[in-house]
Design a protein around this ligand. Sequence first.
Ligand SMILES: Cc1cc2nc3c(=O)[nH]c(=O)nc-3n(C[C@H](O)[C@H](O)[C@H](O)COP(=O)(O)O)c2cc1C
Length: 219
Amino acid sequence: MKSFTVSDLEHKDVYSLMISLIAPRPIAFVSTVSKSGIDNLAPFSYFNGIGSNPASISFSIATRADGSLKDTAKNLLESRSCVINFVTEDIFKAMKITAKEFEHSIDEFTEAKLTKLPSDLIKSVRVKESIAQFECELIDLVNVSDRLESLIEHSIFGFNTELKPGSGNLAVCKILKVHFDESLLREGTENKIDVKQYKPVARLGAKFYSKVTDSSVFT
Ligand SMILES: Cc1cc2nc3c(=O)[nH]c(=O)nc-3n(C[C@H](O)[C@H](O)[C@H](O)COP(=O)(O)O)c2cc1C
């Protein structure tokens, strides 16, 4: 068995081990809007549900190498809302386009040739081509760093506000509304999903992805 103490490894090698072992990961294709009204899209695979009462999800936005926040995090702080669009093969290529680092002023719907669909309850728009979406409101955005150390060190002098490159900014969001395509509805039910109709794309390590196929589903 190979074993490594994390503090002996370089940050990029820790990242690579984490994304290869925490797999497959669901993908939150997140739409947000800036203060000046520019719509933004980006995928995040450090993503999962938290609880159902209140209905909540989280995804983690890494701090950039220069210590700055990605556009998604900036927009979340400005508008306090986002849409989680779910990813199937139809929008896989478009999703990858939006993972590029575009200027804050660029509308990534235009870049990815995706259509905006207004949300019912929030300002951030949905991706029309996505098979399912959650309209969400931001509950909290937590920088996950050596927080306990900072708390102890800075309990008298105030907190250290510098963000460490690569540190996660965990967006905790409340789900306000769920939308999904009727093709996913399980026959004879009002609001249940037919697991075999939904074929999400998941992220694996390095540049690899996987998807659900008829033969890969079992009990
Ligand atoms: C499938 C996929 C999953 C990703 N997951 C994450 C993630 O969990 N956290 C993160 O910070 N970046 C992740 N990225 C990279 C961001 O999407 C990328 O940095 C993007 O440019 C951020 O855009 P923004 O500045 O518009 O928010 C992922 C990229 C891809 C293609």
